[in-house]
Write a protein that binds this ligand. Structure first.
Ligand code: ZN
Length: 240
C-alpha cells in the first residue's frame, strides 16, 4: 500500500485546525459564560473581611487584564478624561439587576441611579437631571424587575402601615400608591402588576418633575421609557 504523504499531512493539518477552532470556541464560550454566569453561584463571603478581600481580588484581576490590553488602557484613559453616557438608567438596588450586564453595556455607557424599588426622590431626580443636562444622555430608562423585594414589601405596607419602620419604611412608602393602583384591576400577579405600575408612574413623574427634562421631552431631544427585566429569562420588555 502506497501512502500519499501529502494527503496524510493535509488530513493532520485539517484535524489540528479543527482542534484549534474548537479550543477557541470553547474559550469564547467560557469567557461568555464568565460574563453571563450569575456571581450568586459563588459562595458568599463569610464576613466583612472576606467580602472586602473578594472585591480587592476582583480589582486585582481586572487590573491585570487591563495591563495586558493596550486597547483597554486606551479606553480607560479616554474615560478618565470625560464621560459621555448615552442613557440614564434608574434601577433597583437588587444584586441580580446589574444594568451594564443586562444591557450589554460597558464603562461610560450608562449613568446609573439605583435605589431599592427604583424610585426617584429629590436627590435621585437631581442625578437624572445631571445625567441629561450636563452629561448629555438622550434617554432615561426606568427599570423594574421580576420578584422585586421592595415592591413585595410595599404590598405588605399597603395592607399594614406598621409592617415597616424607620428608613426602610421611608424607602418603600413611595411605592405604595402604585401597589394600590395595581390592585384596582385585581391582577392575577399583584407583584408583577405593581412593578409595572411603579415604573409607569415614575416615568410619568420624570416627564414633568423638572423643567430641564420636560423641555427636552417636548422638543424630542429626550425620551423617557420604562422597562421590565425578567430574572428567569433575562428578557427585557420596554414600554412607554
Ligand atoms: Zn427590586
Amino acid at each position: 500500500m502506497i501512502l500519499d504523504f501529502a494527503a496524510v499531512w493535509q488530513a493532520i493539518a485539517l484535524a489540528a485546525g479543527l482542534v484549534a477552532l474548537g479550543a477557541v470556541a470553547a474559550l469564547l464560550w467560557t469567557r461568555r459564560g464568565l460574563v453571563v454566569a450569575p456571581p450568586a453561584v459563588r459562595k458568599r463571603p463569610s464576613g466583612p473581611e472576606e467580602s472586602l478581600a473578594r472585591l480587592e481580588h476582583g480589582v486585582e484581576r481586572r487590573a491585570m487584564g487591563a495591563r495586558l490590553s493596550r486597547e483597554r488602557r486606551t479606553q480607560l484613559a479616554e474615560l478618565a478624561r470625560q464621560q459621555q453616557p448615552f442613557a440614564v438608567l434608574v434601577g433597583c438596588s437588587d444584586s441580580r439587576v446589574a444594568p451594564e450586564l443586562i444591557f450589554g453595556c460597558g464603562l461610560g455607557d450608562l449613568f446609573v441611579v439605583r435605589v431599592a424599588g427604583n424610585t426617584v426622590g429629590e436627590r435621585g431626580l437631581g442625578s437624572v437631571v445631571y445625567g441629561v443636562t450636563v452629561l448629555g444622555a438622550s434617554l432615561v430608562v426606568v427599570l423594574g424587575h421580576a420578584r422585586c423585594g421592595a415592591v413585595e414589601a410595599a404590598t405588605r405596607l399597603a395592607e399594614d402601615d406598621d409592617a415597616l419602620t424607620g428608613a426602610l419604611k421611608e424607602t418603600i412608602r413611595p411605592i405604595v400608591p402604585a401597589v394600590l393602583k395595581a390592585k384596582l384591576d385585581n391582577p392575577p400577579d399583584l407583584i408583577t402588576a405593581a412593578v409595572h405600575e411603579n415604573v409607569r408612574s415614575i416615568v410619568e413623574r420624570l416627564k414633568v418633575a423638572a423643567p430641564e427634562l420636560a423641555e427636552r421631552v417636548a422638543d424630542g431631544r429626550l425620551k423617557i421609557v420604562g422597562a421590565y427585566y425578567d430574572l428567569l429569562t433575562g428578557d427585557v420588555e420596554f414600554f412607554a
